[in-house]
Every structure is written in C-alpha cells, then in structure tokens.
Design a protein. Sequence first.
Length: 252
Amino acid sequence: MITRSASATLLLLATIANLFAGTTNDLAEAQAEGRDLARQLCEARPAESFTNASTLIIRPGKGRKLELPLRTITTVTETNWMAVYEIPPDTNASAGQRLTVTHHGLAPNTYTLSALQTNGTVAPSGLPERALAMTPFANSDFWVADLGLEFFHWPAQKLLKKELKKGQSCAVLESQNPAPPPNGYSRVVSWIDIDTGGIVQADAYDAKGKLLKEFEMKEAEKVNGEWKVSEIQMRNPQTGSRTTLKFNFDKP
C-alpha cells in the first residue's frame, strides 16, 4: 500500500519530471528556431550591386580622434556576394587598408585583408585566414567578424525571446562560439528587426563571459523614399574606445 507520504513524494517527482520535460522541449524549440533564424540571415543577400561612401570615426580610450574615409563596394553574383571595405592611403604615406568579405550563403565566409600603399601596390596582411575574423579593421572597434557577421555561422544558436528594442519588434538571438579564442567572442546576443532582418543592437562577450563589445544602430534617414541606416556605432567598454560609421548616401 502506498502511504499518503509516499503518494505526495511520487506526485512531487512526477511534477518535477513534467517541468523538466517542458523545459527540455522549450530549449530544443528555442535552439531550432535560433538555427532557422541564423540560417535565414546567412542566406540573405543584397538585391543588387552598389557602392557607397562613409566615414569611419575612431575615438580611442586614450589619444586623439581619427576620421577615415571609407568606400564600400558590394558585388552580387549568381553564386555569392562580396563586400569590399577600402580605406585609401593618406597623403602622409600611411598605408590604407582593404578588407574583402565573400559571403557564400550557409558555407563559411572567406576573408582577405591587405594594406594599400601610396604607390598603388597591395600587400596582403600575411595573417592566416582563420585568425582574420578577430582582427580589428583599420585599428577600429569593428573587427572582421563584425563586418562579416561571422557569429551567425556558429553552430550553436538560440532564440531567447521577442521584444521591442528602439521601437522595433525584434527577435533576440544568442550565438555561441564552440571554441572561443582568448582574444575573441564567446557569444553574441543580437536584436534582429523582425520586419527587415537588420541588427538593431548586438552585445558580444569575451572568452571569460565579460561584455566586450556593444553594437548599436544610431540613426536612420529616408533615401529615395526608403529608410536606411545612416549611422552605426561599436563600443568597447573594456578599453573605453568607440567607433562610429557614418554613411553618405549622396556619394558613390
């Protein structure tokens, strides 16, 4: 015979088991939804090729502010699409920089980083491609991984919730790096605009789980009847530095 005490214990164990099963199912569903969203973001591509001009404004934690002209050339092909970020060499004989990010859909991105000399020659960085992702572009707070949205290719993705951010309905996606390098990201939490698929905000954490980067969409403007992001910013709370990227839609 099962006593009242034993019945209560069995009921408690059954309740815990049901709660655990519900949590497991919720977690599996969140992971599946996260992978689906990351897959859609990796497969997204521009409708056409274009070129635009912008200004990279670097404010180090210590030192003077630096403003650099930046040209972005986006080329769409039948099989992939490519973004070239180019800072020309300046009149003081300082080398410029060219970063080429080739997006292959669900396949990993490929990167090429080179120095642009004042005499027109191009010198490859010499870094192995695997190490390029966590390399700063033009000594800014934007790393190659940021410009290539590398974290959407990580295998561990989870949809945390849906909420409003900056007045936009967003899906909150957590991307986890299975093997974070000591100087890189262990996870990235992104607020994705449900209507446009654009990143409204993203927080990146280092290998120790501390906040390392804060990305934020700052301003938007209407261009030819269509709203476009005109200013984005990346901050590093660990160094106190920040970099602002301002787009100029009037110039090619």
